[in-house]
Design a protein around this ligand. Structure first.
Ligand SMILES: Cc1cc2nc3c(=O)[nH]c(=O)nc-3n(C[C@H](O)[C@H](O)[C@H](O)COP(=O)(O)O)c2cc1C
Length: 334
């Protein structure tokens, strides 16, 4: 039998769950729920927040939950707690995705964890043009290192592979809006009712035509108010394009890939990079297969594309996107 938690442990889990709300998720749907029980915290998927038409396979939902799980662990470690995380295969609706138990850590968190904890509030998805300064292999290598403990591998694309990926992204950007329900869902998550505290607000969406940087076309969103740093030419953006892959396609592997995605994004933020996660090319079956076979090789499934670049120094600071209050996502039992 497990020992019931002390008040300090419950408080630490509550605080960390609140910080984990800053995790990224597709369309900012925040598809997670927490249950704080007598001996730990359980992470559940909130199926009512699944993007049924955009993310038919449910991978985006699991990735978002994985990001929240990684943010939680980083926040706990930053506060001096060690988390024991058990990932559970997806099952009946009431079964958690992961169970988290904690105990006080023996020493200080390692340098990488401290950097990631500090980056939680600094990280934002940036859809603007990045600067013309390219990202060095050493920095990109540190991002791959961050992904590895969670089974993730970050594949950098260069030359012909990059051109293939960019072509597949253009193809997906043209095809996905034709899919039934896609645009209605996009409209739903970009025009939220007052007090929803979710979705992609106008301040995070570009105020111009669909963004296209060099050979790259990103997902189109309804026009917002976010301004490009300046009206420069396309070729100024020197961002790198990478594909994060998972061990396998099963729910635990994809959840863990979500933890890897969070680790990469927080490491990139800590290094000063701007980031745009993009899953559109992996949501259209034909382009997903192309990326899997021609860009990363068939043995590891791609789960997310990442655009990584140095922000233009002339760009205004990004405004944080909204999050729901903790009371709406955390239930206390026992
Ligand atoms: C799995 C996943 C897929 C995403 N796909 C896209 C995408 O295709 N295009 C995009 O602009 N942003 C994408 N995002 C970014 C989300 O829209 C963003 O995380 C969310 O709106 C919250 O904003 P924030 O990241 O600034 O906190 C994705 C994020 C995640 C976690």
């Amino acid at each position: 039998m497990s020992t019931p938690m002390l008040a300090a442990e419950r408080a630490a889990l509550r605080t960390a769950a609140a910080r984990a709300m800053r995790a990224p998720s597709e369309h900012n749907a925040q598809p997670w729920r927490w249950v704080l029980g007598p001996d730990g915290l359980d992470l559940h998927v909130d199926r009512s927040r699944r993007l049924r038409f955009t993310d038919e396979r449910g991978h985006g939902t699991l990735l978002g939950c994985g990001c929240a799980l990684h943010h939680l662990q980083v926040a706990l470690a930053g506060d001096g707690w060690l988390a024991d995380v058990r990932h559970q295969p997806d099952g009946p609706a009431d079964r958690p995705l992961a169970r988290i138990r904690i105990r006080p850590a023996d020493g200080e968190p390692d340098a990488r964890t401290s950097r990631h904890a500090a980056a939680i509030d600094e990280r934002h998805t940036d859809r603007r043009r990045f600067s013309g300064r390219s990202v060095s292999p050493a920095v990109l290598g540190a991002l791959d290192d961050a992904a590895r403990p969670f089974g993730g591998v970050l594949h950098l694309t260069y030359g012909g592979h990059r051109a293939l990926l960019a072509g597949a992204m253009r193809d997906a950007a043209a095809r996905q809006p034709e899919q039934e329900g896609y645009l209605a869902e996009l409209n739903q998550w970009t025009h939220r009712y007052a007090g929803a505290h979710d979705g992609i607000p106008a301040g995070a969406r570009l105020d111009g035509p669909p963004p296209s940087y060099r050979d790259l076309v990103l997902r189109w969103f309804p026009r917002g108010t976010l301004r490009q740093p300046h009206a420069g030419a396309d070729h100024e953006d020197a961002s790198a394009l990478a594909v994060l892959t998972a061990v396998d396609d099963d729910p635990v592997s994809v959840l863990r890939a979500g933890e890897a995605l969070s680790a990469v994004l927080l490491e990139a933020t800590a290094q000063g990079l701007g980031t745009t996660p993009v899953t559109q090319v992996l949501e259209v079956p034909e382009t997903r297969e192309l990326v899997r076979h021609l860009v990363v090789g068939a043995h590891r499934p791609p789960v997310c594309v990442l655009r990584l670049g140095w922000p233009d120094p002339l760009g205004a600071p990004l405004v944080p996107t909204p999050r729901r209050p903790l009371e709406q996502v955390l239930t206390e039992v026992g």
